[in-house]
Design a protein around this ligand. Structure first.
Ligand code: PEP
Ligand code: MN
Length: 340
């Protein structure tokens, strides 16, 4: 539920509300907006809610108590009206600016990664992506360089200054991935891996949660709630395309999801047109559409020689293709008054 204190509620009166919530078994999350402070409360069973609402509304400093009827609470916009801003160093995602993350699908070698990192930085990317642990549909295909890949990502960050996002596949790897990554990526195939979600929720690293390929928006937000209930609310939601009857493209990028999720949740939304389309020639157009629809960030795959990529070459941009996409995104961002 959400507690709206009266305007002019003092700090001491706020503390009194928090003490009552605590005694009723709720944990409180305070959002201080420009106009007013609201308190979100979760934890006690729904069956105790009406009694709690009555007690809270009897406090003179409480204007109103509104139950959050959505099944997910912490990540819902009812609970926290203002946008969450995810911060990575001096980069802010969710504050109205546009952030681009780019890099290879998979870290293949020092040369491949460093060349790509330099090229994407030069073209304006703010965050470097690269998979060290790869979720492969077939157990016989390349599984990534593992720890060696993480070390190469750290080296690329040291050289370029770009923060790093990389996927963690297994709860047992969260610790080592945290040593090297600035943002933890949860892949589409792991969206409902609840033990992994809880593990990354226990860290204080930002997490990018990809939408499962057959997940509804509500299921996706439930998965985000798992992370948030462990105390980590620095969450990015990434739309990466869903499975439909259409076979002309690898996935169907759900453009609707961008504004739909932003209405339901305060979390920033990232668009992945690489996995969303599976085809290099479609990445730029869909990236532009995603920015126009309000995506807070875009993540794309870039490779020095896509035809030789060990994974996802068909959807990887060349350096020149990435440069062109960035120029186009700048035009759209500036038309919307957003800085890049
Ligand atoms: C990836 O980012 O390379 C990846 C495997 O993505 P997804 O989990 O969306 O398939
Ligand atoms: Mn990929």
């Amino acid at each position: 539920m959400v507690i709206l204190p009266k305007p002019g509620c003092t700090d001491e009166q706020l503390q009194e509300i928090l003490r009552l919530l605590d005694s009723l078994g709720y944990s409180a999350h305070i959002s201080r907006g420009v106009e007013r402070t609201v308190i979100g409360a979760v934890g006690a069973p729904d069956s105790d809610r009406s009694a709690a609402i009555e007690r809270l509304e009897s406090l003179p400093q409480v204007e109103r108590v509104v139950p959050v009827l959505k099944p997910y609470k912490l990540v819902s916009r009812d609970f926290q009206p203002q946008n969450t801003v995810v911060r990575v160093g001096d980069i802010a995602i969710g504050d109205g600016s546009l952030t681009v993350m780019a890099g290879p699908c998979t870290v293949e070698s020092r040369d491949q990664l460093l060349q790509t990192a330099r090229a994407v930085k030069e073209a304006g990317a703010k965050i470097l992506r690269g998979g060290a642990y790869k979720p492969s549909t077939s157990p016989y295909s390349f599984q990534g360089l593992g720890k060696e890949g993480l070390e190469l990502l750290s080296e690329a960050r040291a050289e370029t200054g770009l923060p790093v996002i990389t996927e963690v596949l297994d709860p047992r790897d969260v610790e080592v991935v945290c040593e090297h990554a600035d943002i933890l990526q949860i892949g589409a195939r792991n969206m409902t891996n609840f033990s992994l979600l809880k593990e990354v929720g226990s860290t204080r690293k930002p997490v990018m949660l990809k939408r499962g390929m057959s997940a509804t928006i509500e299921e996706w937000l439930h998965a985000a709630e798992y992370i948030a209930t462990r105390g980590n609310t620095q969450i990015l939601l990434c739309e990466r395309g869903i499975r439909t009857f259409e076979t002309a493209t690898r996935n169907t990028f759900d453009i609707n999801a961008i504004p739909a999720v932003q209405q339901l949740s305060h979390l920033p939304v990232v668009a992945d047109p690489s996995h969303g389309t599976g085809r290099r020639s479609l990445v730029g157009p869909v990236a532009r559409a995603a920015v126009a629809a309000g995506a807070d960030a875009v993540i794309v795959e870039v490779h020095p020689e896509p035809s030789k990529a060990l994974k996802d070459g068909a959807q990887s941009l060349t350096f020149e293709g990435f440069r062109v996409m960035m120029e186009e995104l700048k035009c759209i961002a500036s038309a919307l008054g957003r800085c890049m």
